[in-house]
Design a protein around this ligand. Structure first.
Ligand code: MF3
Ligand code: CO
Length: 256
């Protein structure tokens, strides 16, 4: 069942997502060569608690940290680590969820450390643009898989591939609710459920520079590209309306 949220509920979800956006902004400014992913994690947890919220990922299926910090070939779910210092030329995907007043917020972005290759820049730009193209299809009356298809076509048209093993999701009183929001059109003729005003979705394309295949490392979390090539990830939580989607995890009027 896909829950329809009232206007009041959407304001509560927005409040959580504003915290997500604020903390992501803080982390983005803190990223530089020499910084450890553990430091970013500690900073995030402190700030979330100061803002009166709780880290949503910590303890979720025993996940041990506040953020997912996924460097280079890590697709998602990279566990912050006190040894891994960021280096010039790396890219890092930071994924963050918070819980406040009974609701969840979830967003992610991929950022460069110092100067990165043109290809890495293009991977990040295409992934971010794919997210906004998907968001553009998240309108009441459209089918869910119009989002998926638009993301897939844009990514593949740019010569990259979309990850199949992880998908976006509904979000609200649980971190992961129905429906799943794939970044590719699932096999078959179906286009999925019709979107309705009040549905809240976390749309999150994960894009690989090479093939779409991934594997999960022995820690049972860290997902890496099978071919070792770079991967990027952007995510926003949005509410479906009759018009343009309401992006709940925007930090400001900037589309960041
Ligand atoms: N943002 C991701 C998601 O939406 C990460 C959550 S998994 C966790 O699925 F375990 F790290 F919490
Ligand atoms: Co998510």
């Amino acid at each position: 069942m896909i829950v329809i949220r009232s206007a009041q509920e959407i304001e509560k979800i927005r409040k959580c997502n504003r915290i997500v956006a604020e903390v992501l902004g803080l982390l983005k400014n803190e990223i530089s060569a020499g910084v450890t992913t553990k430091h970013l994690d500690q900073l995030a947890e402190k700030k979330i608690r100061e803002l009166g919220a709780l880290p949503a990922f910590k303890g979720y299926r025993n996940y041990p940290a506040t953020i997912c910090a996924s460097v280079n070939e890590v697709v998602v779910h990279g566990i912050p680590n006190s040894k891994r210092k960021l280096r010039n030329g790396d890219i890092i995907s930071i994924d963050l969820g918070v819980y406040c007043d009974g609701y969840y917020g979830d967003a992610a972005g991929t950022f460069p450390i110092g100067s990165v290759s043109d290809k890495a820049e293009r991977l990040m730009a295409v992934t971010r643009e794919a997210l906004f193209i998907g968001i553009g299809k998240a309108v009441a009356g459209n089918y869910l898989y119009e989002i998926s298809q638009a993301i897939q076509e844009y990514v593949e048209g740019n010569g990259f591939s979309v990850v199949r093993d992880f998908v976006g999701h509904g979000i609200g009183t649980e971190l992961h609710e129905e429906p799943q929001v794939p970044n590719f059109k699932p096999d078959g003729n179906g286009m999925g459920p019709v979107l309705k005003k009040g549905m809240v979705l976390a749309i999150e394309p994960m894009v690989n520079m090479g093939k779409h295949d991934i594997k999960v490392l022995g820690d049972n979390w860290t997902a890496v590209t099978l071919d070792g090539k770079l991967s990027a990830h952007f995510e926003h939580t949005i509410a479906v309306t009759e018009g343009e989607a309401d992006i709940l995890s925007l930090a400001s009027l900037l589309r960041t």
